[in-house]
Design a protein around this ligand. Structure first.
Ligand SMILES: [Zn+2]
Ligand SMILES: [Zn+2]
Length: 288
């Protein structure tokens, strides 16, 4: 969405539109085919279970879509003008743009020809430096950085949960794909067309659930150890790791209800430009 090159900007909308189509297809297959046409099959089941199934799918689907849109449309953490102004007033030496930990040291980007805060990296697609850059994600058409990494993680957990709710609801249909007699029994309630749409939705949901769970657990680990996908390759002890809880607070803000929602942290613990290091880091440096 923020690509510098107009051609790349237009091209990057294609995967985003595909994801939006998948969101719409899954919603239609679950609600308009499975719930509306398949209600008769629930007569023998607990009404509470049937309601819970519909609620969990729709609530997590909505939260996943909200998180996706926030992640795609938000500023990922481009270097703010106030920080650049501050740097102009304090022309102290910057660190070299070397590959490794450089806590507390602004560096100079040779592509932007401007200073950037610690942990910032240049994105060649956005054509800008992004604070605490993780990666440029083509599926959201945006960089994932200091300001939208929280939305990215929420998108994965809610997307994974809604896909799982679909798969659980579609259990008999998935079984029926492999057992012809069962197919005959379940197809009757939805009609052949509805059965086909819901089956496609079930296979898609199972694939998405698997892919998103792998991605979710890897980003959960990155958040817990306070590293980005770029910093994973850095050697040596991570100076920014302050413990799992404080590391999570750097992405999501002070612990509160807003951790669960794709909104800006109510009480942010960092401005994205500077990050605390563990208490004996200076002592450890002097020992080396
Ligand atoms: Zn740059
Ligand atoms: Zn980017």
């Amino acid at each position: 969405m923020w690509a510098k090159n107009p051609f790349i900007r237009v091209a990057s909308t294609v995967p985003v539109l595909l994801i939006l189509f998948i969101f719409g297809f899954e919603w239609y297959a679950f609600n308009c085919v499975f719930v509306l046409r398949g209600l008769g099959r629930w007569q023998g089941e607990s009404q509470l279970l049937a309601f819970a199934r519909v609620f969990v799918f729709n609530a997590t689907w909505l939260l996943a879509l909200w998180s996706f849109l926030r992640c795609a449309l938000s500023d990922p953490g481009f270097v703010p003008s106030w920080w650049l102004d501050q740097q102009e007033r304090c022309p102290e030496a910057t660190g070299n743009s070397s590959f490794g930990w450089q806590p507390g040291k602004p560096t100079t980007c040779h592509k932007c020809n401007e200073r950037r805060p610690e942990r910032a990296h240049h994105c060649s697609i956005c054509g800008k430096c992004v604070m605490r850059m993780d990666h440029h994600c083509p599926w959201v058409g945006n960089c994932v950085g200091a300001k939208n990494h929280k939305y990215f993680i929420l998108m994965l957990i809610y997307g994974m949960t809604s896909a799982l709710a679909y798969v659980v609801a579609a259990r008999p249909i998935i079984i029926s794909l492999f057992v012809p007699r069962a197919r005959y029994l379940t197809r009757g309630t939805m009609g052949p067309g509805g059965f086909g749409i819901f089956s496609m939705g079930a296979v898609l949901a199972a694939s998405l659930c698997l892919a998103m769970s792998l991605l979710f657990f890897s980003h959960l680990w990155l958040m817990a150890v306070n590293r980005t996908s770029i910093e994973v390759a850095y050697s040596g002890r991570n100076p920014y790791s302050l413990g799992i809880f404080r590391n999570a607070q750097q992405l999501c803000g002070r612990c509160g209800f807003d951790w669960l929602l794709p909104v800006s942290p109510h009480q942010p613990m960092t401005d994205g430009c500077a990050y605390p290091v563990f208490s004996d880091y200076e002592a450890e440096l002097s020992d080396v």
